[in-house]
Write a protein that binds this ligand. Structure first.
Ligand code: A3P
Length: 293
């Protein structure tokens, strides 16, 4: 790729975050009140962070436009553990963050720190159909100077199919969290980008219940749920000054996380043989799991 990935514990870890991942696994102590947003890159991380933050910080008496979302980028609202550790401070003091602490990570379930798996903290896993995820990643990573990926769509696709994508294999990642969500529904909430697009209100209410901040009847009648959805729409997030000009890391412009934000853009990029190959891989991996896209 032009950047190195290490096959660590059966997932492809970007070399630049390997040290952070090891530090995280060795030292991170989860609190029962922590909430984790977990997903594969390019499946709607940024969007979901803003939805969750706004949901948790909504205030019945304030008009939604007063929420801090107007002045912060989703990246700042919920910190990525890997990024916090590898860029800002090798040993950040996370104990000072008031509960509920909100974190995000791309780690596969099997590689999470033990305390995350064993404490009562909650995990919200967001995924997206592999076709759009592939397209979004390829367009994103091929423009990212830090990673310096100068590879063709076909080569990147071949690697994606082999499982060699950041934090991949994609399919193992998704199935790992899917199984956990079936076994421990109080621990892991499994959401799909497509469902958030199609019926955001229903999904947001599920999230509210899951994190024990359910919407009251009155809030629903006052349009609070729809207000959050509108505030976090791609059009609204793109327009925020901090997302037009800000950076979430010296190498990552906030604006690069907002492209089209639609379902099905893959039809403009994938050839019929590519679709056939990916469909076959999906069938093999999801067969019998009850999972489909
Ligand atoms: P596309 O490249 O398909 O447009 P991540 O945050 O995990 O990096 O995911 C980025 C993808 O989510 C991009 O997909 C981006 O446009 C989309 N996205 C960002 N904000 C969104 C929003 N508010 N609603 C829907 N999609 C959004």
């Amino acid at each position: 790729y032009g950047y190195e990935m290490c096959l660590s514990e059966k997932f492809w870890c970007p070399e630049f975050s390997l040290e952070a991942v090891i530090a995280l696994q060795s030292h991170f102590e989860a609190h029962d009140t922590d909430i984790f947003v977990i997903n594969m890159p390019k499946t709607g991380t940024t969007w979901f962070k803003s939805l969750l933050y706004t949901l948790l910080n909504r205030c019945d008496n304030h008009h939604l436009s007063n929420t801090p979302l107007q002045t912060y980028s989703p990246h700042e609202l919920i910190s990525s553990l890997e990024i916090m550790i590898y860029t800002k401070d090798k040993t950040p003091d996370l104990t000072k963050i008031p509960p509920p602490r909100l974190f995000s990570t791309h780690l596969p379930y099997a590689s999470l720190p033990e305390s995350v798996k064993n404490s009562k903290c909650k995990i919200i896993y967001v995924t997206r159909n592999p076709f759009d995820t592939f397209v979004s990643s390829w367009l994103y990573y091929s423009k990212l100077e830090k990673l310096d990926i100068h590879t063709s769509r076909d080569d990147y696709f071949d690697k994606f199919c082999q499982g060699r994508s950041l934090y991949g294999p994609f399919f193992d990642h998704v199935v790992g969290y899917w199984k956990e969500s079936l076994e421990r529904p109080q621990k892991v909430l499994f959401l799909k980008y497509e469902d958030l697009k199609e019926d955001g209100a229903l999904q947001l209410k599920r999230v509210g219940e899951f994190v024990e901040h359910p919407f009251s009847k009155q809030e629903e009648e006052q349009g609070v749920v729809q207000g959050i959805i509108n505030l976090c729409s791609i059009g609204s997030l793109k327009e925020m000054e901090v997302n037009k000009k800000g950076k979430c890391d010296p190498d990552f412009d906030n604006k690069s996380f907002f492209r089209k934000g639609v379902v099905g853009d893959w039809v403009n990029y994938l050839t019929p043989p590519m679709v056939e190959r990916l469909t076959k891989i999906m069938d093999e991996n999801f067969n019998g799991s009850g999972l489909s896209f």
